[in-house]
Structures are given as C-alpha cells and as structure tokens.
Design a protein around this ligand. Structure first.
Ligand code: GDP
Ligand code: MG
Length: 176
C-alpha cells in the first residue's frame, strides 16, 4: 500500500515545546536551544495499524491571544496539535484562544486534534493539573496527552493517536 500523506500543524504559545516535540518525534533527540522564530516543516513516515503515513509537521513560530493566527495554518491541514506547557497557566489560556480561532477559520467542530500538556518533567512547577487539561480536551472532543519532549515521554503517541483520529474523520475507521 502506498503511504498516505497527512499534514499536521503544531500550534501553541511561545516556548511551550512545539519545536522540541516535533524534533524529538522526527529525529529522536532533544535540542536545548532551537531558534523560536523559525517556522519549519518536518516529515516522518510512521506505520499505524499496518498503513504507512507520511506525516508532514508544520512547526509554527507560535501564537498568543492577541496575534491573529493566519488562515494559512489551516490550509490542507488534516490534524492539529495544540500544545501548552504544564507549568504555564498563560500557555493554557492561549490554547483556548487558538481553539476558538480554529473553529472560526474552519467552521468545523470535529477537527482531528490532540491537546498536549508538555514539560511533565517540570512537575514541581506544575500550574495545570492533568484533570484540567483532560477536561478541556473532552469538552472539545479532542484527544489529550501529557508529554515530556525532554525525556521523550509519550511524544510518538501524540502523532500516532492523531493519525487514527484523522483516519476516523476521513471516514476510515481502522479496526483495533
Ligand atoms: P517552542 O517555542 O514552542 O517551539 O518551544 P521550544 O521547543 O523551542 O522549547 C522552548 C524551551 O523549552 C527550550 O529551552 C526547550 O529546551 C524547553 N523544553 C521543551 N520541551 C521541554 C520539556 O519537555 N521539558 C523541559 N524541561 N524543557 C522543555
Ligand atoms: Mg519553536
């Protein structure tokens, strides 16, 4: 079977770990200082339930609640990764405004989406509980995961679970 191309946009406030998650997933390494202004596209082929997917990841330069996210971020995009950092209430609020904006831009309520609470290794600084993150994602019908890009915890799950969700949205419900 030929691989299917799936484009994924990684959105969130600055410094939450969007690039770190993307690079950890694609290159299996943690880069400590990655230029925060760079917007990059990464690509990786993964096999999910026997099917190869070429995932194109658009690692955006970041959003805040005042900057109007450009509509280009929704062009040909099949799925979204909305990242906050568990030690930043502010970044959690920014995820809400990005979600609102996505609904406005696409006019869809059932977008394939994973809400990600990153930096679980910084648990001493935690400001957002697991339950708060989960509740927000449930409210949106989105998937929810907590990750550590630094320790490579649950990073691959973000993308593989999103693939399953994108397939479902496509009308292909893969069997377990
Ligand atoms: P971006 O602006 O959202 O792309 O964030 P970056 O990936 O550039 O990360 C911002 C900062 O947070 C960098 O110093 C990263 O090393 C750090 N960082 C990213 N992910 C983690 C993580 O899981 N744990 C910790 N402790 N730091 C992280
Ligand atoms: Mg970045």
């Amino acid at each position: 079977m030929p691989s299917k191309l799936r484009k994924v946009a990684v959105l969130g406030f600055r410094s939450v770990g969007k690039s770190s998650l993307s690079i950890q997933f694609v290159d299996n390494q943690f880069v400590d200082s990655y230029d925060p202004t760079i917007e990059n596209t990464f690509s990786k082929v993964v096999k999910v339930r026997g099917q190869d997917y070429e995932i194109k990841i658009v690692d955006t330069a970041g959003q805040d609640e005042y900057s109007i996210m450009p509509s280009q971020y929704t062009m040909d995009v099949h799925g979204y990764v909305l990242v906050y950092s568990i030690n930043s209430q502010k970044s959690f609020e920014v995820v809400r405004s990005i979600h609102d904006r996505l609904l406005d831009l696409t006019g869809e309520v059932n977008l394939p989406m994973v809400v990600v609470g990153n930096k679980t290794d910084l648990h001493r600084e935690r400001e957002i509980t697991y339950e708060e993150g989960k509740r927000l994602a449930d409210q949106w019908g989105a998937l929810f995961l907590e990750t550590s890009a630094k320790r490579n915890e649950s990073v691959a799950d973000v993308f593989s679970q999103l693939v399953v969700e994108m397939e479902r949205a496509d009308g292909n419900a893969p069997k377990d």
